[in-house]
Ligand binder design. Structure first.
Ligand SMILES: [Zn+2]
Length: 455
C-alpha cells in the first residue's frame, strides 16, 4: 500500500527540471531488487553502475529525487557513499592530449601506424582513428580488421587510456616481441580512443558527470542512437534531459554516423567498445530476451574474456538493464561484427573517476588480456577468404556436419568474408540470391582456414 503510493508519487518526478550542476547531485547505492530496478527505470534515473558480486546498483539523483527517496526508506535499502563525486583526475587525457599522442605515434611509426580523421563531431572537432598494421597505408584484404574504441560516454575517462594502451603496447613492442609483430603483420587494427570528443570536452570544462554528446544543452546518448532496435524495448528515453536520451530519430547524431561509416568501410571481425564502470563483458543483444544467432561463438568468447579479466559476462539485459540502439547491436545485426562492450573499473575503484596514480596502470594492464584474446582469436578457428564474382549480393550458408544452419553470412562489398567458428566440420554454400554457385565441406581445426573463391 505504502509502496504503491510511493510509486504513484515518483511517476510525477519525471517532469523535473534537469539543469543542475554536478554539485547538486548525490550518488545513491541501492541493494538491487526488482522494485529498485523498476523505480530507477520508471523515473529515468541516471544509473551509473552495478556491483553484481555485492548485488548493488548505484545511481545519481538530483535534490528533489533525493528528498523523495528519503521518504522511501521503508521500501528501498540504500546508502549514500561519499565517493566518486570528485572531479576527474587531471592526469587523464583530454581530447587535445589524445590527438597529440596519436599524431606522435603516426610520426614515430610511419610504417605500421597511419592516422586518419574519420569524421567530425557536432561541434566540428576531428574524430581520429589510428590504423596499426604492416603496410598501414594500404588495405590488405587477406587481413582481418579489429576495432577498439573508447569514450562513447563523456565521463568515462579511463576508456581512452585503455584504448590508447592498445596502440602503445603494439607500437612500442613491434620490433622486440614476436607475438606483437605477428598480430600487427596479420591484422588491421583500428584504435579510436576518443569517440565522443565534444562530450568529453564538456566533461572537462563544465560538468564532471556529463555523459552524452553536445547536442543543445541536453545532449544525446550516443550509445542509444544506433539504428538497431532503436527505441525498441524501453531501453532508452525520449526525454531530452534523461541520461539515456536516444535522440529524435535513429542515427540522428554526426558521431553515430562517423562510427557507422568506419565500420561499414573496414568491416571488423571483432570490436571492443570500452565503457566504465561495473567490471562487465557485454555482448548483444540489449533487449530482453534477444540472443545472437551465433551465440555459441559470441558468448563463449565473451565468457572467456570475462574469465581472463574477472569481469562478469552477459547481455546488457542479463547484467544491467534493457538497452536499445547500442553500437554492439548495430554492429552485430547489420555488419556481422562480433562486438563486445567492456565496462572497466568498479565503484570501489572510484567509478567514473578513479585516482590516476592508483588505478590507471592497473586497469590498462588488466585489460590487455581482453583485446589480445581477440587478436589471437582472429587467427583461430574460422574461415576467411576472398570471393571474386560477377554476381552481386553473395551469401554463404554455413551448416554444421548435421546439416543445421549456423549462419547466413553476407559477403562484404569488397569480396572478403570472415566467419568465426568453433572447431568442427562445416558445409559452406556460396549463393547469389537463390542460385547456388558452389558447395564445399571445410574442416576447421584450431587455426583459421583460408578459402578464396572465383565464380
Ligand atoms: Zn558508458
Amino acid at each position: 500500500m505504502k509502496f504503491a503510493l510511493a510509486m504513484a508519487l515518483l511517476c510525477a518526478s519525471t517532469a523535473f527540471a534537469h539543469s543542475e550542476g554536478p554539485q547538486d547531485r548525490t550518488l545513491v547505492r541501492f541493494q538491487t531488487t526488482e522494485a529498485v530496478k523498476n523505480y530507477l527505470r520508471v523515473n529515468e534515473i541516471d544509473v551509473t553502475g552495478v556491483d553484481l558480486k555485492k548485488g548493488e546498483v548505484e545511481a545519481l539523483v538530483n535534490q528533489e529525487q533525493l528528498i523523495e527517496l528519503q521518504g522511501l526508506k521503508a521500501a528501498f535499502q540504500f546508502t549514500i557513499p561519499q565517493t566518486m563525486l570528485r572531479g576527474p583526475d587531471p592526469e587523464y587525457m583530454n581530447p587535445a592530449e589524445v590527438e597529440l599522442r596519436l599524431k606522435e605515434y603516426a610520426a614515430q611509426y610511419p610504417d605500421i601506424a597511419q592516422l586518419r580523421q574519420v569524421g567530425e563531431s557536432l561541434e566540428k572537432r576531428p574524430i581520429w582513428a589510428l590504423k596499426i598494421s604492416d603496410n598501414a597505408s594500404v588495405r590488405e584484404t587477406s587481413e582481418p580488421s579489429l576495432l577498439f574504441n573508447g569514450m562513447h560516454h563523456a565521463r568515462e575517462v579511463m576508456t581512452p587510456e585503455v584504448t590508447m594502451d592498445v596502440a602503445d603496447y603494439l607500437l612500442t613492442r613491434y620490433n622486440s616481441d614476436a607475438k606483437v609483430r605477428a598480430w600487427v603483420d596479420s591484422n588491421e587494427i583500428w584504435v579510436m580512443p576518443m569517440f565522443n570528443v565534444d562530450g568529453n570536452n564538456r566533461m572537462w570544462t563544465q560538468d564532471s558527470m556529463w555523459r552524452k554528446n553536445a547536442r543543445g544543452s541536453h545532449g544525446v546518448d550516443l550509445n542509444r542512437n544506433y539504428p538497431a532496435n532503436w527505441n525498441g524495448c524501453n531501453g532508452s528515453s525520449g526525454s531530452t534531459w534523461s541520461q539515456t536520451y536516444r535522440g529524435p530519430n535513429a542515427a540522428s547524431e554526426p558521431e553515430t554516423n562517423v562510427m557507422m561509416e568506419l565500420v561499414k568501410e573496414i568491416r571488423p571481425v571483432f570490436s571492443i567498445s570500452y565503457h566504465s564502470y561495473s567490471e562487465l563483458v557485454l555482448y548483444p543483444f540489449g533487449c530482453r530476451p534477444m540472443r545472437t544467432q551465433t551465440a555459441e561463438v559470441v558468448e563463449s568468447i565473451g565468457r572467456e574474456m570475462g574469465r581472463l579479466l574477472s569481469y562478469t559476462p552477459g547481455t546488457p539485459w542479463e547484467t544491467l538493464y534493457n538497452a536499445d540502439g547500442g553500437d554492439i547491436d548495430w554492429m552485430y545485426q547489420e555488419m556481422q561484427v562480433i562486438p563486445y562492450v567492456l565496462e572497466v573499473n568498479s565503484s570501489a575503484q572510484g567509478g567514473f573517476h578513479p585516482d590516476y596514480a592508483k588505478w590507471r596502470n592497473k586497469t590498462v594492464e588488466l585489460n590487455r588480456a581482453g583485446w589480445q584474446l581477440l587478436l589471437d582469436r582472429a587467427a583461430g578457428p574460422g574461415i576467411r577468404g576472398h570471393v571474386t564474382a560477377t554476381q552481386v549480393g553473395l551469401e554463404i550458408d554455413v551448416k554444421d556436419a548435421a546439416g543445421k544452419m549456423i549462419q547466413i553470412y553476407k559477403v562484404n562489398p569488397d569480396g572478403t568474408y570472415h566467419i568465426v567458428l568453433n572447431a568442427g566440420t562445416y558445409n559452406l554454400t556460396f549463393r547469389s540470391d537463390r542460385s547456388v554457385l558452389a558447395s564445399q565441406q571445410v574442416i576447421v581445426n584450431d587455426r583459421r582456414v583460408t578459402l578464396d573463391k572465383q565464380f
